[in-house]
Design a protein around this ligand. Sequence first.
Ligand code: NAD
Ligand code: ZN
Length: 351
Amino acid sequence: MPANMTALRKTQAGKGLHVEKIQVPSIGPTEVLVRVKATSICGTDLHIYGWDRWSQGRIKPPVTLGHEFCGIVEQVGEEVSALKAGDRVSAEMHLNCGHCHQCRLGQAHICQNLRIIGIDLDGAFAEFVKIPATNIWKLDPAIPEHYAAILDPLGNAVHTVLAGTIAGQTVLVTGCGPIGLMSIAVAKACGSSTVFATETNPHRRELAQEMGANYVLNPATEDPVKKILEATGGTGVDVLLEMSGNPLAIQQGFRALRAGGRASLLGIPTENVPLDLVQDVIFKGATVQGIYGRRMYETWVQMTALLKAGRVNLEPLFGERIELENFEAAFAKLQNGLAGKILMYPNGIHK
Ligand code: NAD
Ligand code: ZN
């Protein structure tokens, strides 16, 4: 076991990230040390790289980033009995407190004292990561490594899609970033009849097609609401899955929703969004729900079942595979919306 390891970190307040040598974390009695195999870059990591307003308020450097990953258990604490060295794992990186009101109600994903590994605590862009045993997700052998590295955002998609009826439903996905794209695949796998997708980026519109969307619309050149109403005989869609955080997309989504429909909002706007509550929510009798994280651990069970059944094809999403040291080019590519998911291998690609 080495004393030191390589990690990709936010070392100081300001733009950028740095590869550093730091100590391998030591674990407590209820923790697990995982040797990271593959890790994936999330939109949040891009925000932290760019040091936007949210990052400035939240991130306390120095901290190792990375919350999407899979790996192999290296060591377990003395009180950990359900896991052993050699187990293939991923993890829920949202840590809940276990004693607040929501935790007591079985709503740990919206815990009042939520902390996130890779944001508030050292994460998985490193050779090793330390995680409480309770948060480890043992991987089914049927789940391949590249899928295992992106269970966190896939869980966001599964949580959103399965937050209401989906079989036989017409669905609109607004925003085809990685999570919107995954949502298209999950909605189709779960029996949605027709999936409409809106996206301004041409590369991502192509991916939306590959993921199985029936109609892919560009809101910059056509009126998606008009198109959707035409295609649904004037009714609108049963389900809106909002995956962009863009105010215009959110407004269009609500207008395209049928009366009595469900709007599930995952995208995070950076400003307040004006909505016509009377026409688009109240008179419609719409059900509107905020979606945060993944349900612990219902979402993980559902996601595993879907992947095991071979129902969700995410292959079009995967781009390059790189070593940690080559992160700059990957971050730039993702920033420009030119890639789906780029995987990084802190212990080397071929090990
Ligand atoms: P992303 O930024 O890669 O995807 C957003 C997509 O929306 C982009 O492809 C963008 O081109 C597209 N878009 C922008 N304006 C649009 C418009 N007017 N119409 C249609 N599409 C438009 O993000 P992601 O990683 O896929 O995540 C999706 C959203 O979910 C983000 O807002 C992210 O911050 C948020 N998020 C929320 C949670 C949660 O727990 N609630 C978790 C992870 C991510
Ligand atoms: Zn709590």
